[in-house]
Design a protein around this ligand. Structure first.
Ligand SMILES: Nc1ncnc2c1ncn2[C@@H]1O[C@H](COP(=O)(O)OP(=O)(O)OP(=O)(O)O)[C@@H](O)[C@H]1O
Ligand SMILES: [Mg+2]
Length: 585
């Protein structure tokens, strides 16, 4: 018998594709919140999302009529010009909410911006209860309870709660990466919420993306990436690519976005693979965060039920863009790269044109007191005589001066190198400690007189919980009554340690990392903090031998061009750049 299927059945069939698991429903709800212009999105899950998914946003909200329409099939506010080749929003099909309502207990509570009242509508297994007055200050709250209660057969396909909640967290992480301007709070059951605070700027703003990526992926991840920024024709690629040495066992840490939309697309995955070529060991994968931007007409986003895949008009062009863009970024990832100065940076070296206007004595020039002209060497610069630049030195050359008690100036046969001593030392200590950690144990030194450190309750609690982890890192502490901790042993590599400051910082790191997955990641984050602490702080005077020793250590240290926070540890200016500065060429 040929017949039309009832709408409820059509919705259930659609739900099978659109919401194949809790994380997929969550993705739809979060995308709706973003489409509504939310700047804060709060997500709560129970039992991996099967019992409850709750998404609260502060977006534009819906009035009574809009709520009724929202749960109807093919009702959308997002296709004003009916052009599927010009999609600017995440949603466009008008099927997510009716699909969810067909297989779960769905409730939408919303208050339209500027309206005096809030409304609530519910759909349970396809049965709609019309809107009734509700109370809500602003925005929208969507609750999905008992997912698949109406289609019990689907329940069997759900994985463990743990794996469903992992998938949900992954959804939030991806969406959060693409939206640094939005605050996200994610809470699972009774656990402490994960919070990504607002980074001022959109993902195409390097600083904002860097900040959000550090929150989502961790400082360790970001300390091993190169910036990608490449454009060709109307296509552009931006983001970060991990150095080949930071390879991973899976492709899970490849975060790929097309016009801000998270995708897992074969063309993109294979292009990323191609970009790294044989720099990776067999069976290992790179980690990347890449945003591909192109005119909407270049890509069809309507080819996959959960919009996870896309189809490019010209996939060869897309592949070329990624391979070239990532390679170009990684080309600078070698341990020693001539960190060519950008034209703007170079420009900053040019002196201001001289001004012959007589200066008023009432407003002295800010930088030089009159007396400083009488000194041959400014007080904070010291030229080291102990160094002969003609001697054979390593790649970073010979130290010739130490300035502002912060920077080492070194000379190579064809360039000038400026090293940030603190950043460089931090990287060296970190890499050494990491190596020691990997090979079993970090050497400790026993303090002759243990340090007593006073901490507040929260910090103390966190450190006591982490006593075993800290011992793995060479830091042995024990409770000392009241709010005090006794520090018995410290990592030998760190040299002399200021216990109070170190422990406060570690407690801070523990607080920031409470939600971090995986012991290894947590240990590395602590290690990075320690390394930073044990490093030569700027402000210490170094002699020629010490400076050269630091340069030689840098030459032997992996990833030594960046400190643990991803800042450069040195810059190099080629002789030809210097000549350009002085108009010699
Ligand atoms: N959080 C929200 N805030 C404001 N309006 C919303 C919200 N969620 C849904 N809506 C409204 O309800 C409509 C239907 O949402 P639904 O997710 O079903 O479809 P869509 O987003 O238009 O398309 P798609 O099915 O591709 O997601 C949206 O077009 C929007 O107008
Ligand atoms: Mg939608």
């Amino acid at each position: 018998m040929l017949r039309r299927l009832p709408e409820s059945l059509v919705n259930r069939i659609a739900a099978g594709e659109v919401v194949e698991r809790p994380a997929a429903a969550l993705k739809e709800l979060v995308e709706n919140a973003l489409d509504a212009g939310a700047t804060r999105i709060e997500v709560a899950l129970r039992e991996g999302g099967q019992a409850l998914i709750r998404v609260a946003d502060n977006g534009s909200g819906m009035d009574r009529d809009e709520l009724t329409l929202a749960i109807e099939r093919h009702a959308t506010s997002k296709l004003p010009d009916e052009d599927l080749w010009n999609i600017q929003s995440f949603g466009f099909r008008g099927e997510a909410l009716p699909s969810i309502g067909a297989v779960a207990r769905l409730s939408l509570t919303s208050r339209k911006a500027g309206s005096a009242e809030a409304w609530q509508i519910t759909v349970e297994g396809g049965a709609v209860t019309p809107p009734r007055p509700a109370s809500l200050a602003a925005g929208t709250i969507v609750e999905v309870r008992d997912l698949f209660f109406a289609t019990p057969a689907r329940l069997k396909f759900l994985k463990s709660t743990r794996s469903e909640s992992g998938a949900a967290r992954d959804v939030i992480d991806k969406v959060a990466l693409a939206n640094p301007q939005v605050e996200f709070v994610f809470q699972e059951d009774e656990r402490r919420p994960v919070r990504y605070s607002v980074a001022a700027g959109l993902w195409d703003d390097e600083a904002a993306l860097r900040e959000r990526a550090s929150q989502v992926l961790g400082v360790e991840f970001m300390s091993n990436v190169e910036r990608v920024a490449f454009a060709r024709d109307e296509l552009s690629l931006a983001g970060f690519a991990a150095r080949p040495s930071a390879h991973r066992p899976t492709t899970l840490e490849q975060y790929l976005f097309v016009n801000g939309r998270p995708v897992r697309d074969k063309v993109l995955l294979s292009a990323v693979r191609g970009a790294y070529g044989d720099t990776l060991p067999a069976g290992r994968h790179p980690a990347v965060v890449l945003f591909l931007t192109m005119p909407p007409r270049e890509v069809d986003v309507n080819v996959h039920p959960t919009k996870a895949e896309v189809r490019f008009r010209d996939s060869a062009k897309v592949r070329g863009l990624i391979v070239t863009g990532v390679r170009e970024a990684l080309g600078q990832a070698a341990q020693f790269t001539r960190c060519a100065l950008a034209p703007q940076a170079l420009g900053a070296f040019h002196p201001e044109p001289f001004s012959y206007a007589p200066r008023s004595y009432a407003t002295p020039a800010p930088h030089f007191a009159e007396a400083s002209f009488l000194q041959t060497v400014p007080p904070s610069a010291r030229v080291s005589e102990s160094v002969l630049p003609t001697q054979s030195f390593g790649r970073l050359g010979a130290a010739v001066a130490h300035v502002h008690e912060t920077f080492i100036i070194a000379q190579t046969p064809d360039s000038l190198v400026i090293v940030d001593q603190h950043a460089a030392h931090e990287r060296i200590v970190y890499e050494k400690m990491k190596e020691a950690l990997a090979s079993g144990a970090i050497k400790r030194q026993i303090l002759l007189i243990p340090d007593v450190v006073e901490l507040d309750d929260a910090a103390l609690g966190r450190l006591l919980d982490a006593v075993e982890d800290l011992a793995k890192l060479g830091l042995v502490v024990e409770p000392f009554g009241g709010n005090a901790l006794l520090v018995r042993e410290t990592p030998a590599l760190m040299g002399q340690v200021k216990s109070q400051a170190l422990l406060s910082e570690l407690a801070e790191e523990l607080a920031a990392n409470e939600t971090t997955r995986g012991l290894e990641q947590r240990l590395l984050a602590l290690l990075a903090r320690m390394a930073c602490h044990g490093s030569v702080r700027s402000g210490r005077t170094l002699n020629g031998d010490e400076m050269n020793a630091l340069l030689r250590q840098m030459e032997e240290t992996p990833a030594s061009a960046q400190c643990n926070h991803g800042r450069p540890t040195y810059v190099e200016m080629s002789l030809s750049d210097l000549q350009k500065l002085f108009d010699r060429k």
